[in-house]
Design a protein around this ligand. Structure first.
Ligand SMILES: [Cu+2]
Length: 176
């Protein structure tokens, strides 16, 4: 009698253990976002067409902004650090916000003696890895601003990932 009870108990325990160990669970990603911010910018009228790249002697971010102000109306960019603390690779694949007509993921690359921005499909977030979005490097480009973005404002961004669920965050607006 007692041995049968123990047998049933051990079957139950092993079922629980299988569940707890996640034998059937897929690897998951877990995205942590820190220090999100958006560069302050004002809506300005489009300027006449000019060369689309500028010398990057001083501030790459400023060159980015002037470049885009000529080509695509007023722009800004969002920056942050993204960490994937999960055991599956992931990637940032898009973003949306109400304050800009278009949002793109960009990288910055040297082309001769100028730095150029280029849209990219994704920013990789390997398992236990991170990506830093910062001026002169990866950024979330906000194109066609619908309103001024002034220091003290905050911008709501929704980020979409290859694996993780979308995340909506609030980013403080300030100068670089
Ligand atoms: Cu850009």
């Amino acid at each position: 009698m007692m041995s049968r009870f123990i047998a049933v108990l051990s079957v139950l325990l092993s079922i629980l253990a299988l569940g707890a160990c996640g034998v059937t669970a897929e690897p998951t990603s877990a995205i942590m976002i820190s220090d999100p911010w958006v560069r302050a910018a004002v809506v300005v009228d489009a300027m006449p067409e000019e060369p689309t790249a500028m010398s990057m002697s001083q501030d790459g971010a400023m060159a980015d902004e002037m470049d885009h102000n000529n080509a695509m109306g007023s722009t800004s960019a969002a920056y942050m650090t993204l960490r994937n603390t999960g055991d599956a690779d992931d990637a940032l694949i898009g973003a949306t916000t109400d304050v800009a007509a278009t949002v793109e993921l960009h990288t910055v690359e040297r082309d001769g003696d100028v730095m150029r921005m280029r849209p990219i499909k994704q920013i990789d977030l390997p398992s236990n890895g991170s990506a830093e979005l910062k001026p002169g490097d990866y950024h979330i480009m906000l194109i066609g601003l619908k309103q001024d973005l002034q220091t003290g404002d905050s911008v709501t961004l929704t980020l979409t990932f290859q694996n993780a669920a979308p995340m909506t965050i609030s980013a403080a607006v300030h100068q670089p």
